[in-house]
Design a protein around this ligand. Structure first.
Ligand SMILES: Nc1ncnc2c1ncn2[C@@H]1O[C@H](COP(=O)(O)OP(=O)(O)O)[C@@H](O)[C@H]1O
Ligand SMILES: [Mg+2]
Length: 343
């Protein structure tokens, strides 16, 4: 659906900024492809290269196999109709009603009044704003404004939707409702999406694939599951740490919390695993086999694309030999065991 080959974009101003450097990526039909990175990483520039709002200095942008840069004006306009876009600050016209905002791209393309009215009605229903047609943007909440933005972006039945920090101005609860809507539209309309964000929860909650961007380059990419379960780059690990509870245990140890105080013979350990094995059964089995008591004190489990991922922090108690055997047995079963502290 989307293929970037060696795309680069440099801005020449007072200082030269290589905003996007030699980026190649492929987005298949129906995927929700996330691009995550810190502010200034080049995400907005990259996503704007996909619909040629920015012209790359080098490389190719192929949409459904066609190189956008080679299209003439009329063909490029048609291709752009196939690509919707939504923004962090919604970019609505304050002087137009909700219906007027949604109708705008259709008016611009000289569709008939009857066609416009019918389509606006459909779009209002699609985003759950049937009763807001005559409201003005200033009368709407942030989430409702983004719903208008989404409706407007879908006016001409695009097959691709580009989302640039679309939830970054919203509170967490509203963010979730917009993400649910995007996910629903992805399924219902078979919409291919590129989601640019600096927030890991966004990636975790809706994306199928993710790329991590830093200083204009893609430094890591893959399925969201692979990126989360086996991050390679330090920056990816840092992003993941922002959404897991794992660091909390170190804080508790540092504070000498009663939860992490150990008696002699006890150890504090983390069992981490990725989906495939059922850790619950392993814990009760290893406990019986080795006569070791296991007290789960903390968990940072998550479900990513229907697969559990994460870990459990436990206090293990037993004979030294038994503990050793238990840890070895768990490792043999594919559970990673890290001993955090000895009593
Ligand atoms: N139109 C522009 N002119 C000059 N520099 C720009 C322009 N747009 C972006 N930049 C610069 O390119 C870099 C990447 O910006 P951007 O793509 O907005 O990153 P992000 O969206 O990840 O925050 C930044 O250093 C930014 O200042
Ligand atoms: Mg940006």
């Amino acid at each position: 659906m989307i293929e970037l080959r060696g795309v680069s974009k440099t801005f020449q101003g007072k200082r030269r900024v290589e905003a996007v450097r030699d980026v190649s990526l492929t987005v298949e039909e129906g995927e929700i492809f996330g691009v995550i990175g810190f502010s200034g990483a080049g995400k907005s520039t990259l996503v704007r290269c996909i619909n040629l709002l920015e012209r790359p200095d080098a490389g190719e942008v192929l949409i459904k196999g066609r190189d956008l840069a080679r299209l003439d004006g009329r063909e490029l306009r048609a291709s752009r109709e196939d690509i919707g876009m939504i923004f962090q600050h919604f970019n609505l016209f304050p002087s137009r009603t909700v219906a007027g905002n949604i109708a705008f791209p259709l008016k611009y393309r000289h569709r008939s009044q009857a066609e416009i009215e019918k389509r606006v009605k459909e779009l209002l229903a699609l985003v759950g704003l049937d009763d807001k047609a005559e409201a003005y943007p200033s009368q709407l909440s942030g989430g409702q404004k983004q719903r208008v933005g989404i409706a407007r972006s879908l006016a001409s039945h695009p097959s691709i939707l580009l989302c640039d920090e679309a939830t970054s101005a919203l509170d967490p609860q509203t963010t979730q409702s917009i993400l649910s809507l995007l996910k629903e539209l992805n399924k219902k309309l078979n919409l291919t999406m590129v989601v640019v964000t600096h927030e890991m929860p966004v990636i975790k909650s809706i994306c199928t694939h993710a790329a991590v961007m830093d200083s204009g380059k893609i430094i890591e990419q893959g399925t969201v599951f692979d990126v989360f379960s086996n991050p390679q780059a330090q920056i990816t690990k840092d992003f993941i740490a922002t959404t897991s509870n794992l660091r909390k245990i170190q804080d508790l140890i540092d504070e000498d919390s009663p939860i992490t105080r150990l008696k002699p013979g006890q150890i504090l350990a983390r069992f981490s695993y990725v989906g495939r094995n059922t850790v619950e059964a392993l814990i009760s089995t290893v406990s019986t086999l080795f006569n070791v008591k296991i007290n789960i004190i903390f968990a940072d489990l998550d479900i990513i694309r229907d697969t559990p991922i994460g870990g459990l922090i436990n206090i293990l108690e037993g004979e030294a030999e038994a503990l050793k055997g238990a840890i070895q047995w768990m490792s043999d079963k594919g559970v990673r065991v890290e001993v955090i502290k000895h009593g």
